[in-house]
Each structure stands twice: as C-alpha cells, then as structure tokens.
Design a protein around this ligand. Structure first.
Ligand code: ZN
Ligand code: ZN
Length: 349
C-alpha cells in the first residue's frame, strides 16, 4: 500500500524537478509510511527513502513502517536528515513545517536548495483507496450505533454538555478510537454559532438542536450533523429546517464527477438565497475528510478544485440567525463514477 503511494509521490517530485522531499505533516507521514507516531520526518528519494524519528518510536516505526529504513536521532533530527541529503541539490520541504525547523535545516544544509512545497501529499490523499473507504465506513458505523442509543436521551432538561459527553462515550463504546473532533451540541439561540461549544444550557421544548459529531476509527474520520426539533417548534423554525434540507438537496444534485467544487457550493447557496436565507449561510458547503477531518477538496465558492471519483467529502449547508436559532444538515459522501453515495445515510432522526 505504502509503495504505490510512494511511487505516485515520486512522480510528482519529478514533475517539480526535486531530488528529494521532506514530508513533515503528521498525517502525511502516516499516509506515506504507515508510521503514526507524533514525531517523524519522511525523507523521500528515488533511491533510498528513510523515516527519521526518535528513540521512543523505534519499535512502533519498525512495526508500522516495516518497508522503510528508519534512522533514530539522538541529538537533533537535522543531523540524520543532513546525512540523507548531503548529495542532493534541490529538496522540497512541506510549507506547513515550522519556520524554525526550516531555518535549522537551511543552516544544516548550506549547499542544498530548499524549496517549500504545498499540498503534494494532500493531493494524493484526496483520492481514497478502497481500504480507506472501508475505514471511513467503520467510523460511520460507530457513530451510527452511538446515535441510535442517544436519541431517547434528547429530552427537555438534559444539558448540551451531558448530551455531548453521552455521545462521545457511546461512540467509543461502539468501537471508535475517539471522537474525530469536539462534538457540537448547540441548542436554541446557541445553535446560531456554527462551531458552538456545548454548554450547561438545558434543552427546552421548541428548541432546534444542532448536533455535529464524528467518530475516529483506525485513523479515519466521519462527520455528520443532525438538527433535532424538540417538541412543538415555531413556524419560523419549520421554515428554517425546510430551507436547509432543500439547500442540501440542491448541493447534492449538483455533484457529479468532473464538476467544479465551487459549483456545488453555489448550487446550495443559490437555493438558500432564493428562499431568503442567503445571508445566514456563513460558511462553505463542505470539506474533504479522511485521516483528518478537514482535508482536500474544499467545497467553497472560491475553490479551484474539481470533484473526482474516489473523493470523500461533506455537504453541510446551514442557517444561523443570531440570538434566535440555527440549523445544519451534514452528510459524509463518497463520489463514485456512477454518482454520489451518502455514507452517513443510516444516521437518522
Ligand atoms: Zn461536522
Ligand atoms: Zn464538517
């Protein structure tokens, strides 16, 4: 698995005229080597590549990245990297690595031209392999089981925090390694903040409650939002819920292989504008996910990306009315050659 990814990345290296690439992003290192520790750099070269890490990870690196030569550094990681790159002339370094690290490397390798690179591994990660899609399905399964047992708990008087804690506990009981991100439970006026933190507010009759959650399983995430109407809700709230759903449908219907990501955003946004809620949709339509909960592609009106089969991303329009209410509907979907599969479809109200 890692070998095919390495070959694809070496192809990109050649296109950019680089002799070597330093992969520093934690999830990028994991994607390329299999190593999931918190400290490691992959030195990728056409001849011999190596994973550089410290002594704490000797055993883990051997287990998770068996096909990689591993260098263990004792003093400074740049010592080992320098030894690997002494004969290189042009080396790419991920531009997400820290400035401090880049300047230490520049000092260690005065004769090597270090070129910041952007999004090379991320570009590969955007197209999921079958094994990755299976991992995302497994994450969805934990989230779905947790959701099913949470539903009876959504009652007046229960606080947002209690609900968030219960959902996290249930996802882990159902086999998730952990929640993929801080679970959002935002009720009543709190739901007007797209990324609200759960508070001690008790749920009340008439609330719309935005619950945004996801499980992390074997390194892969899922991401889903449901808006629950508690008891009798206002006419305005009914209208908001309906508008979010029809915007979601418009976004979904616009998606096909080869469609611009920006087009999908505009389709969903256009629907909300027609319904009078254009100003209240304050974020982009969706994002790719996989090893991280936000990765390529970005479904925003400014995105330059094209949607391709094998991409997994969210569709999540929302309406946020300050001081009043909020609603969002989010599914994780997989784009295939014949259409779009909703991976989180089994998570129902
Ligand atoms: Zn979400
Ligand atoms: Zn999301």
């Amino acid at each position: 698995m890692s070998e095919a990814r390495v070959q694809r990345l070496l192809g990109l290296l050649e296109e950019q005229g680089l002799d070597a690439l330093l992969v520093t992003g934690r999830q990028n290192v994991r994607y390329i080597t299999g190593f999931s520790g918190s400290n490691g750099v992959a030195v990728l070269r056409r001849d011999t590549s190596a994973l550089v890490t410290d002594g704490r990870y000797k055993e883990q690196a051997a287990r998770e990245a068996p096909s990689w030569e591993t260098d263990i550094y004792t003093r400074d990681i740049t010592d080992e990297i320098r030894a690997r790159l002494a004969d290189s002339t042009s080396v790419g370094i991920e531009d997400s690595s820290s400035i401090a690290f880049q300047s230490r490397l520049a000092t260690a390798l005065p004769d090597v031209e270090l070129k910041p690179t952007s999004g090379m591994v991320e570009q590969l990660r955007a197209l999921k392999e079958p094994g990755e899609i299976e991992a995302i399905r497994a994450a969805v399964e934990s989230a779905a089981k947790a959701w099913e047992t949470l539903l009876p708990m959504i009652q007046p008087g229960v606080t947002e925090r209690q609900l968030a804690a219960a959902l996290d506990y249930r996802m882990m009981s159902a086999g998730a390694d952990k929640p993929a991100f801080d679970t959002v439970v935002a009720s009543g006026p709190n739901a007007a903040m797209p990324h609200a933190k759960a508070t001690d507010r008790p749920l009340a009759e008439g609330d719309l409650i935005v619950i945004d959650f996801g499980a992390l399983k074997d390194g892969y995430c899922c991401d889903v939002t449901r808006t629950v109407a508690l008891g009798e809700i206002s006419k305005r709230a009914v209208e908001v819920l309906g508008a979010v759903r029809s915007s979601w449908d418009a976004g979904f219907a616009s998606i096909a292989p080869g469609v611009a990501a920006a087009h999908a955003d505009l389709a969903a946004r256009g629907q909300l504008e027609r319904l009078g809620f254009g100003e209240e949709f304050v974020h982009s339509l969706g994002h790719g996910l996989g090893l991280e909960v936000h990765e390529k592609p970005t479904l925003s009106k400014l995105s330059k990306e094209t949607l391709e089969p094998g991409m997994v991303f969210t569709i999540e329009p929302g309406i946020y009315i300050e001081g009043e209410m909020g609603a969002r509907h989010e599914e994780t979907v997989l784009l295939t050659t014949d259409g779009c599969e909703i991976l989180t479809k089994g998570i129902n109200l």
